[in-house]
Design a protein around this ligand. Sequence first.
Ligand code: ZN
Length: 317
Amino acid sequence: MKKEGKELLFLVPVCMHNIWGGVKLREDFGYPVEGDGIGECWGVSAHPEGDGTVRDGAYKGRKLSELWAEHPELFGNLQYDRYPLLTKIIDAQDDLSIQVHPDDAYARKNENGSLGKTECWYIMGCKEDATIVIGHNAKDREELKQMVAEGRWQELIREIPIHKGDFIQIDPGTVHAIKADTLILETQQNSAITYRLYDYGRLQNGKPRELHIEKSLDVITVPAKSAEESVESISNLPENTLNQIYTCEKYTVFKMDVNGSAVFEQSYPFLAASVLEGDGSVDGSEVHKGDHFIIPNGYGKVEMNGSMSLILSTVER
Ligand code: ZN
């Protein structure tokens, strides 16, 4: 079923292999990707390294980047030069390297006009007593430089406990890393600029992976935001409601837990939606865990049925 002149844009995601990835994205989510070490599913992406394709309907076969360029009305005719967001599911079976991202100004100047990267994580699953790397313990830039130069990583890196249902905002300049056995939904700016600060001394094909110490030291925020301010639990939100969980200059993120029937108005430029768990339908289209779709501009009333959890995102006009 579709509404007159407006249809949901379901996307075929692009999966990525990573040395730290697992097999959940194939085995639990059913994405058709071979091999082990599947670290990322780029669910709603128009990035050149992983540009999603429309799965069916009037725009079947078109890339999201093409739709953005050719049909700006679907996204509310926004003043951005590219689709501004990137939604990923990340399955870490091993610890990821410890990273930091630049902001737009630094990236524009030092990374060929790329956007910087602000991102946020919703913890879909993790083991008991799980932790995540967020922030650092250096009190000023001098101490930061010294700790890095002396390799005092244990002292420098701050690890804090996480649980399923936590939300973590990662502003540019925030030292961060996902640890093993963590499944997250990431909403981020459409950018892949990452500076690797520390890789636990690991080797890949007998060699350490490249680090970006100088650039990391340029962009790391000192002192870091407090541990308490870094992680927020957002379990126990009202059901069948589009709950706004975070908003900043780069994106607004919502959580929606459908149990039975939910109706809301799509009054945003667009809504990018990812089904994290469960099954149901959206205006008569069946949806399952792992589906990603865009509810276009001007869509109006949205009716969801079933039992499922979604994360949705948009940007400001
Ligand atoms: Zn990151």
